[in-house]
Design a protein around this ligand. Structure first.
Ligand code: HEM
Length: 497
């Protein structure tokens, strides 16, 4: 059992380290809000709308802002130049993740790709992911995309006011089938619910600002010690994460034993392991599967919901897109991936959706493994850095009238395609091509068959919703009223068997 004196030593060491750090870093030149003694910028730390706060700091302090909380320094990058220089040009040093005791150690998330340090395991995981997510592989998923798209359209016809749920089901079900080969799922399927819970707790675990990450020695406190409710929370999260990693994988193994192989990521890799035709460990395959499923579930659903809002707010864009689709399909079939080249306006709409409302406005935290310098600022080894991709979407050097939803900005006005919404360098999102394919399918399928309109109020006046977004790690529009109507009678002939 721990005695009070046992605690005194680590706390005193932390305090001395902090004082030492303050004295060493007092000459640091990176600007930022002035903090208070000891707690530093604790009260400047934005718990909501981090991207918007970062934009304010950019105005005051320039492209790099420094905040220090309880002895830990975080750099917030807001200019495209700073972000691409550090995360892309110097990717070999800026691609690690900071160590988070709460999420990595106590919740057991360190095996998952987003937490893995840049090194051999990371490269192996990326190699595995390419098997399902690389641009040229995605064509293999066309049948799945088409099938899920048809289910989505049937759902919209039947329950038009449940679009948000149906769009999310499209992504969850698609990735479950891709990764584990399970039959198409309903939104309240236990696997889907588990994945949603995991995403929520990942958000809590990573950006929760847990005291143990500032004072590691408090992890030695026993469970009964007052104020250690976070330990119980960590235990609960750890159980859920293990469940998420293990349960669907074991179900695939059971199917394999019953001779029911499928062509999913897990089934194929399990088979290769049994045959000895690859060298990936089971732990690596399991964790990679979870990372793919977890990464895909929320992000793409959120992008699809932003697309719906953009169409409602811009009927002229919607009409132009529908005309383009009709010119290719002649209203006699649903669009296909190969139609992409013939639908440049739809391609622009997809990119503009990602830019207008970036689903991941701020990157996950990065860490540098060497001392570095940028614009005359010293960035000591092991500094934590986060980059605002949202700031780039609003940067006047990249985009004019950046708050407007304007798909013509790419093909017609020649603005650059916002590939950056998926991040930079070695840690760029491995699911970027898949995300594009999903939204392209959802957008073209919906606009082939339906028109989104503003809902009418009691006086028959259209209710034009305000574009408001919520969420931290993944952001999406707040619920808004809408009306969605089939484009012609018997439109279901296009999507029913
Ligand atoms: C619109 C959809 C999506 C957007 C905007 C998006 C964006 C991002 C961003 C910005 C990052 C962080 C990069 C960084 O830390 O520097 C990321 C990481 C990640 N994304 Fe995505 N993503 C999307 C969809 C997907 C999909 C469909 C998958 C999987 C199928 C996926 C899997 C992942 C994984 C595993 C990581 C962690 C990468 C790492 O730590 O190295 N994402 N994503």
């Amino acid at each position: 059992m721990l005695k009070p004196l046992d605690l005194f030593v680590p706390v005193a060491v932390c305090f001395c380290a902090f004082v030492l750090w303050r004295s060493r870093s007092s000459g640091a030149r990176i600007p930022g809000p002035r903090g208070l003694p000891f707690i530093g910028n604790l009260f400047d730390w934005p718990s909501h709308y981090q991207a918007e706060h970062m934009a304010e700091w950019q105005k005051l302090y320039g492209p790099v802002t420094k905040l220090s909380v309880l002895g830990k320094t975080v750099l917030f990058l807001t200019s495209p130049r700073a972000i691409s220089e550090l995360f892309a040009n110097r990717a070999s040093t800026f691609s690690d993740r900071p160590h988070f005791i709460f999420s990595e150690e106590l919740c057991g998330m360190k095996v998952l790709h987003p937490m893995t340090q840049y090194g051999e395991d990371f490269k192996q995981q990326r190699k595995l992911m390419k098997e399902v997510l690389a641009g040229d592989v995605i064509r293999r998923h066309e049948a799945l995309l088409d099938d899920e798209g048809r289910r989505m359209l049937q759902g919209i016809l039947k329950t038009p006011q449940e679009c948000d749920r149906l769009l999310r089901r499209f992504s969850s079900s698609l990735s479950l089938r891709m990764v584990y080969g399970f039959e198409a799922m309903e939104i309240d399927d236990p696997h889907v619910l588990l994945a949603e819970e995991m995403m929520q707790l990942a958000e809590y675990a990573v950006i929760g600002g847990w005291l143990v990450d500032f004072f590691p020695s408090i992890q030695l406190l026993p469970h009964w010690f007052p104020g250690t409710g976070w330990r119980t929370r960590a235990d609960y999260y750890a159980r859920k994460i293990t469940e998420m990693i293990t349960t669907p994988y074991e179900e695939v193994r059971q199917l394999l034993h019953e001779g029911k192989e499928n062509d999913s990521f897990c089934s194929i890799n399990m088979h290769k392991s049994i045959e000895g035709t690859h060298t990936f460990t089971e732990g690596l395959i399991k964790a990679t599967a979870t990372a793919i499923y977890g990464g895909a579930s929320d992000t793409t659903g959120s992008a699809a919901w932003s697309f719906m809002l953009a169409m409602l707010l811009h009927p002229e864009v919607q009409a132009k897109a529908q005309a383009e689709i009709d010119s290719v399909t002649d209203r006699s079939r649903l669009p296909r991936m190969t139609d992409r080249a013939a639908m440049p306006y739809l391609v622009s709409i997809v990119w503009e959706t990602f830019r207008w409302s970036p689903p991941v406005p701020v990157t996950l935290p990065h860490r540098n493994r060497n001392d570095e310098e940028f614009d005359g600022y010293a960035i000591p080894k092991d500094t934590m850095l986060v980059a605002s991709l949202w700031s780039i979407t609003r940067d006047p050097e990249f985009h004019t009238n950046a708050n407007d939803f304007n798909p013509d900005r790419y093909e017609v006005d020649g603005e650059r395609i916002p590939y950056y919404v998926f991040g930079y360098g070695h840690r760029r999102c491995p699911g970027a091509d898949m995300a594009f394919a999903q939204l392209f399918h959802q957008a073209t399928f919906i606009l082939s068959c339906f028109t989104l309109k503003a809902q009418l109020d009691a006086n028959g006046k259209p209710i034009i919703p305000e574009a408001k977004f919520a969420g931290e790690m993944v952001r999406k529009p707040e619920p808004f009223p809408y009306d969605i109507q089939p484009r012609w009678d018997n439109v279901q002939a296009l999507f029913q068997d």
